[in-house]
Design a protein around this ligand. Structure first.
Ligand SMILES: Nc1ncnc2c1ncn2[C@@H]1O[C@H](COP(=O)(O)OP(=O)(O)O)[C@@H](O)[C@H]1O
Ligand SMILES: Cc1ncc(COP(=O)(O)OP(=O)(O)O)c(N)n1
Length: 276
């Protein structure tokens, strides 16, 4: 049986992040990828030079066209840009019963804002309560919670805070916490499920699109029938392989290697450990 996933996200002309990263990830993981485009960015490995968002009505129409024709097994959201877009997306996903991964994309690596400041409230009130899992990086978790994150206990507190917004579970990704001994992500789920997934740090500047690729992998593994904890671990294996085998293209922060996981063969958990 072919599994279908839907990404609702922005376009990255450079191909390392956004809808391009999501569709490459779905394809690599054997899941049929569908999409609803929220915005077009002119972007490369140095940064974002222009943004044009889509009208909410065409975003709604794209989601409806996909839902009407396909049995979508998982949805992920990425760049949503405005409160109006978030409300339109939430209206289509509410009561859908489809597992939903929300990557609360806010700032691109080069510093460009991919979410208007005034849209944060809509993200918290309209979309996060629909989430099967929310996957903020540390700066995004700080914005969502208003907490300053400086320690492991701050990360745990932030996770609880995001659950209190109504999300079923959360993964706080540790890629921005460079002082930590490992690149470690904390998963907190319902009924007290809690563990961390860690990998060694890869010393590279080529981390463009890591968050998009990670959340797309998580959605693909869910579409493929893995349980949420299994999918969180599998997604970490996918992103670790993608970062570790960087392509060395682009002069700035280059893209990760979406082929690496499948080409790795052998022990896909290599380098990745689950704690707790
Ligand atoms: N240099 C790195 N080495 C190994 N893993 C990394 C590195 N940077 C990020 N990661 C991992 O990549 C994933 C994305 O994390 P992060 O960079 O925090 O997200 P975002 O791209 O949204 O800012 C996480 O699983 C994180 O642990
Ligand atoms: C179109 C678009 N969507 C999302 C992002 C952010 O991607 P992310 O995975 O967080 O990676 P970096 O931007 O931090 O490299 C994006 N850049 N463009």
């Amino acid at each position: 049986m072919v599994h279908v996933a839907l990404t609702i996200a922005g376009s990255d002309s450079g191909g390392g992040a956004g809808i391009q990263a999501d569709l490459k990830t779905f394809q690599e993981l054997g899941v049929f990828g569908t999409s609803a485009l929220t915005a077009v960015t002119a972007q490369n490995t140095y940064g974002v030079s222009a943004i044009q968002s889509m009208e909410p009505s065409i975003i709604t129409a794209q989601i409806q066209a996909v839902k009407e024709d396909f049995a979508v097994q998982a949805v992920k959201t990425g760049m949503l840009f405005s409160a109006e877009i978030i409300q339109a997306v939430a209206a289509e996903l509410r009561d859908s019963g489809i597992p939903l991964v929300i990557d609360p994309v806010m700032i691109a690596k080069g510093g460009a804002s991919l979410l208007r400041d005034e849209a944060v409230d809509a993200l918290k009130s309209a979309l996060i309560p629909l989430a099967t899992v929310v996957t903020p990086n540390i700066p995004e978790a700080e914005v969502l919670t208003g907490l300053e994150i400086k320690s492991e206990s701050d990360i745990e507190r932030a996770a609880e805070h995001i659950m209190a917004l109504g999300a079923q579970s959360v993964v706080i990704k540790g890629g921005h916490w460079k002082e930590a001994p490992f690149a470690e992500d904390l998963f907190v789920g319902s009924e007290g499920t809690r563990f961390s997934v860690r990998s060694p740090w890869v010393d590279t500047k080529d981390t463009h699109g890591t968050g998009c690729t990670y959340s797309a992998a998580l959605a693909a593994f869910l579409a493929d029938g893995e349980s949420l904890p299994e999918a969180v671990i599998s997604a970490k294996c996918f992103i670790h392989a993608a970062i570790e085998n960087g392509l060395g293209i682009g002069g700035g922060h280059g893209p990760t290697n979406h082929w690496a996981y499948n080409r790795k063969g052998g022990n896909l958990m290599e380098g990745v450990a689950v704690i707790g």
